[in-house]
Design a protein around this ligand. Structure first.
Ligand code: GCU
Length: 345
């Protein structure tokens, strides 16, 4: 309830801010004033993504501070991820961070990175995401929709976590209501694993767990600590079912308006976001695991993932049949999977 009221107030604030932009307040168009660059995301201010975007803010302002004023809005202040993507699409805000999951409803190409058990190791995942031959066709594919992906951010590995009992086998998911992100691939994954998929936005998960509307969710370790889910869910099971990147997307209206020199500086800034976020990510996961275990009393389990993988694997062929243009990209990912096989630790 509080949260809804808070969100409504925040959205009213956004409308005012945006109205200001449209009427020229704080925009460079009237000469002299700086143009405000608004970037929204749904994580807390401790999160690696926020830290990386602050580094971006500092960098852009040090290089182009006479022209641009970068403002980073954390914690869904500009709305849920879905809402922020729409605001970016129309150019009402300049950038936002969206989970790759959500982007599949804007372009089919994004379905690829949402496939369960696509990457066999985090090294294969990172190498694939760093390869422009793989990401290029996907990142460009929303051009018509009004936005473009400018870099990716690590969001680790997604695993199941539950309130009452650990998930040791696929059968343990049977009958459980598990929150998934709002994407057809995630709903199908849950169906194949026998659980009952409950799609909802990230900001609603904590209260839904508390109110027993759902029995569990799936996410990286930071959700336990940063979002407090580990206060309610005491079992975290490494099913390792997805490595879904977050994507920084920019509005085409804004990106297309940059001069070549400015664009080069922004590209450096995007690279910086990626680097800082990845460094911070490694530290943050370690800290989260430690806090979840020692302060929240979360138990970590390591089930045999093979039966989970087998249940989801038919989704790969189904997707390739449906979107044959993605076959070469899928094959390039498989080459990285061979180069960087799963580590047994
Ligand atoms: C992760 C991811 C977010 C996403 C969230 C979710 O935290 O980084 O981008 O919104 O999962 O499950 O919705």
């Amino acid at each position: 309830m509080m949260k809804k009221r808070y969100r409504a107030a925040a959205l009213a604030l956004v409308s005012l801010l945006l109205l200001g932009t449209m009427t020229g307040c704080g925009s460079s168009s009237s000469g002299g004033d700086k143009q405000i660059i608004r970037i929204g995301h749904n994580q807390s201010t401790n999160h690696p993504t926020h830290i990386a975007l602050q580094a971006f803010e500092e960098f852009i302002e040090s290089e182009l501070g006479d022209k641009y004023d970068v403002e980073v809005f954390p914690s869904e202040l500009l709305g849920s991820q879905n809402e922020m993507v729409q605001l970016t699409q129309t150019g009402a805000i300049n950038f936002c961070v969206a989970s790759n999951s959500l982007l599949e409803t804007f372009s089919d190409n994004y379905t690829l990175f949402n496939l369960p058990y696509l990457f066999v190791s985090s090294e294969a995942y990172h190498a694939s995401m760093d390869d422009e031959n793989i990401t290029g066709p996907i990142f460009e594919s929303t051009k018509q929709a009004g936005f473009t992906a400018v870099t990716w951010l690590d969001a680790g590995t997604r695993n199941f976590y539950t309130v009452d009992k650990p998930i040791e086998t696929v059968e343990d998911l049977k009958g459980l209501k598990i929150r998934v992100q709002q994407s057809p691939t995630n709903i199908e994954m849950m169906d194949r694993l026998g659980g009952s998929a409950t799609p909802m936005g990230f900001g609603d998960v904590y209260t839904s767990l508390q109110a027993n509307i759902i029995d569990g969710a799936e996410n990286n370790e930071l959700a336990l600590t940063d979002n407090g889910h580990g206060d309610v869910c005491k079992y975290y099971s490494y099913s390792m079912h997805q490595m879904i990147p977050d994507i920084l997307i920019g509005s085409n209206d804004f990106l297309d308006g940059l001069s070549d020199d400015e664009r080069a500086i922004f590209e450096e800034g995007f690279e910086l976001v990626n680097q800082v976020q990845r460094e911070e990510w490694v530290k943050a996961v370690e800290e989260s695991k430690d806090r979840a275990q020692n302060e929240q009393g979360v138990q970590f389990n390591y089930p045999d993932i093979e039966p989970f993988r087998e249940a989801c694997l038919p989704m790969h062929d189904d997707m390739l049949e449906k979107y044959p243009d993605l076959v070469p990209i899928y094959d390039a990912i498989q080459a990285y999977n061979e180069q960087y096989p799963a580590d047994e630790s």
